[in-house]
Design a protein around this ligand. Structure first.
Ligand code: FES
Length: 255
């Protein structure tokens, strides 16, 4: 007995139906165009009500800042009425040349020893040691800026803010104190309109007059105890300056 397998005949394909899935058909599929998305609706669909970004009050920003660094704490703001007496710090070819000459006086592996000459050069040219000049000196000597700050804050001869055109340094060590240096300081301040206020600290010793012409600070023993009281006006040394001579002293420079 033979079994006959019935194989269905392939169906005839209706080509007109194929046209629905072909791209270039006589009657293309009706695919709906994507709708434009309303972004404001998206917020509701995804996150719910999103509050408006609040404006930041700059006065509150300091709450977000970390504590000031040691460097920031030790660098004073140089702005005083005397700032206009000096050129702002700038790295000029002359300054670079002079710095390189000074650095070359030390062995290559000891060039950090040039920190004092470089700081003197900066103060001589620009009147005081600004934060920018500290960075520059540190970079010239391949040392951290805090190392330069340590030197600047150790030696009272280096100023971190702009003095007046006439800078008075009055000795207040024992002989001069007994000879009347505190009274001399008070007299100079009275005559120049300087308010010492709370400026008499180790960190911020200089007080400047409102006009920016005069400034004062106390100094320790200026090595002339026998002729007390003594003081420096810029780089000029004056001995036996009793308080009643203060006016005469100022007049010498203020003519
Ligand atoms: S105490 Fe003033 S010069 Fe020495």
């Amino acid at each position: 007995m033979s079994t006959r397998i019935v194989v269905p005949r392939p169906r005839v394909i209706d080509r007109s139906r194929l046209s629905y899935i072909r791209l270039r058909s006589a009657s293309p599929l009706q695919v709906p165009r994507p709708r434009l998305i309303d972004r404001s609706q998206l917020i509701y669909l995804t996150l719910g009500k999103v509050p408006q970004a609040r404006k930041i009050n700059p006065a509150h920003v300091h709450y977000l800042r970390p504590e000031p660094s040691v460097l920031e704490k030790n660098i004073l703001s140089p702005e005083t009425p005397g700032t206009e007496n000096f050129e702002p710090f700038a790295i000029t070819p002359q300054l670079e040349q002079e710095a390189d000459r000074r650095i070359a006086q030390y062995p290559d592996d000891q060039k950090r020893s040039a920190v004092l000459p470089l700081l003197h050069e900066v103060q001589h040219r620009f009147g005081f040691i600004s934060p920018e000049s500290i960075d520059w000196v540190a970079q010239k000597l391949d040392i951290a800026p805090i190392k330069v700050v340590e030197v600047v804050t150790f030696y009272p001869g280096f100023r971190q803010k702009a003095p007046g055109k006439l800078h008075f340094r009055v000795c207040r060590t024992l002989s001069c104190a007994m000879g009347g240096s505190y009274e001399l300081m008070a007299k100079i301040c009275e005559l120049t309109g300087i308010d010492r206020g709370s400026a008499d600290t180790h960190k911020d010793p200089i007080s400047v007059s409102p006009c920016g012409k005069f400034s004062v600070e106390y100094a320790e023993c200026l090595a002339s105890c026998g002729t007390a009281p003594v003081c420096l006006v810029n780089d000029d040394f004056h001995e036996g300056v009793l308080p009643e001579k203060a006016q005469e002293l100022i007049a010498q420079y203020n003519g």
